[in-house]
Design a protein around this ligand. Structure first.
Ligand SMILES: Cc1ncc(COP(=O)(O)O)c(C=O)c1O
Length: 378
């Protein structure tokens, strides 16, 4: 990625920029994994439900995974009559489930209570599953640990004596941005131990998302695991990655709009804020900034332009002091940024650009005061 070309092709900031070349590369890695292992790949649309990405997922993958009625409607609109749509959510609403079963090919209940609540005779033609909490934690931080104590995500494996007869599949999702397959091997081992006699009568197993497939060099253990599951139990194996499809495809371009010293530290105010990437605040995450030189002499606090004192991207180092008017670029912001972005303080959402395979930049979306006005007054 040529930084200057990127900055020069953006008319105004802030702007998200998504690169089709990188999406294609991520998707072809997943297709390779699918061919080598025999798994089915669904794109978890919560990471970035952008039309361009969804239609690529439609062309390359086996379907989509969703977590709500709106996501399910969007997914079905994109896929048409073809393709798998799987849903699991703690938020299944009574009034929505009958529409969901028209939209989704698979519904995994999040709790035994949820499973009992819906009359199964109305859910014919939909493959029913259970989300399991295998109760082995791999995330250090409980904010994104589905196996945390008192978890709301899935049926605790210790509380389930056997799999109900009308359940055709199991789903689990237990890791966050993991870069090796050890948790997967350990989790499958726990499942096999608990349900050894029952897995053979299931139709499918969904191993969830959470793995950064595009960053894991040795994929042989995954390939062996899936092959083994398919041979031993004659089941379909699904994965539903989100972040590994889109995260490294997205950039956030911003302009410095003020610069001053505060208690001896240089503060650079940006025309973006953590509201354009709320995980920076939620998880106190540090984004990669392409202009940074970690050994640079100048250190500055990059601050968002909202009224929140903690709206900060953190302290970054530079070779030369950046000036008001300079543009900067955060990378690896393709997942969970645009979808969580909001207009807090009345600041507009960033424009959205798409870089196609011929490296042409197209402005694909732009919000205005009218969108803001419509949202709050109508
Ligand atoms: C059930 C489920 N599946 C898939 C995903 C996608 O995970 P990731 O984007 O980390 O691959 C998530 C993310 O929260 C999830 O909750």
């Amino acid at each position: 990625m040529n930084l200057n070309v990127l900055k020069d092709n953006i008319e105004k900031t802030p702007a998200y920029v998504f690169d089709e070349n990188i999406i294609d590369s991520n998707l072809s890695q997943l297709i390779d994994l699918k061919h080598k292992s025999g798994c089915q790949v669904l794109y978890s649309i919560k990471a970035l439900p952008l039309g361009q990405v969804l239609s690529k997922a439609k062309d390359y993958l086996d379907g989509l995974s969703v977590s709500s009625l709106f996501e399910a409607r969007l997914a079905r609109e994109v896929l048409g009559d073809e393709g798998v749509i799987q849903i699991t959510t703690p938020g299944l609403r009574d009034g929505e489930v009958y529409e969901l079963k028209e939209l989704c090919t698979h519904i995994s209940f999040n709790s035994i209570n949820q499973y009992h609540r819906f009359d199964k005779k109305f859910l014919l033609n939909t493959s029913l599953g259970l989300r399991i909490n295998p109760k082995i934690s791999f995330a250090i931080d409980d904010r994104f640990n589905p196996c945390r104590h008192y978890s709301k995500l899935g049926v605790g494996i210790d509380s389930l004596n056997s799999i109900p007869v009308d359940i055709e599949g199991l789903h689990f999702h237990t890791v966050f941005s993991h870069q090796d397959f050890l948790p997967l091997e350990q989790t499958v081992a726990v499942l096999k131990k608990k349900f050894s006699d029952e897995l053979g009568r299931l139709k499918w197993l969904n191993l969830g998302g959470g793995y950064l497939y595009n960053q894991i060099v040795d994929q042989q253990s995954f390939i062996n695991l899936v092959k083994q599951l398919k041979t031993e139990f004659d089941i379909e194996v699904y994965i539903e990655p989100g972040k590994s499809v889109v995260n490294n495809t997205g950039y956030l371009v911003s302009t410095i709009i003020d610069s001053f010293s505060s208690d001896g530290k240089r503060v650079l105010v940006l025309d973006t804020s953590v509201n354009h990437n709320p995980e920076v605040f939620e998880y106190q995450k540090t984004l990669t900034l392409l202009e940074e030189n970690k050994h640079g002499y100048f250190s500055c606090i990059l601050a968002g332009s909202s009224c929140l004192a903690g709206d900060l991207f953190g302290e970054y180092h530079f070779e030369k002091l950046l000036q008001v008017g300079d543009r900067i670029v955060f990378s690896n912001v393709g997942a969970y940024s645009l979808i969580k972005a909001n207009r807090f303080n009345g600041y507009n959402l960033p424009d959205i650009y798409w870089i196609d395979k011929a490296n042409h930049y197209t402005l694909i979306k732009s919000s205005s005061y009218e969108n803001y006005q419509k949202q709050w007054i109508g």
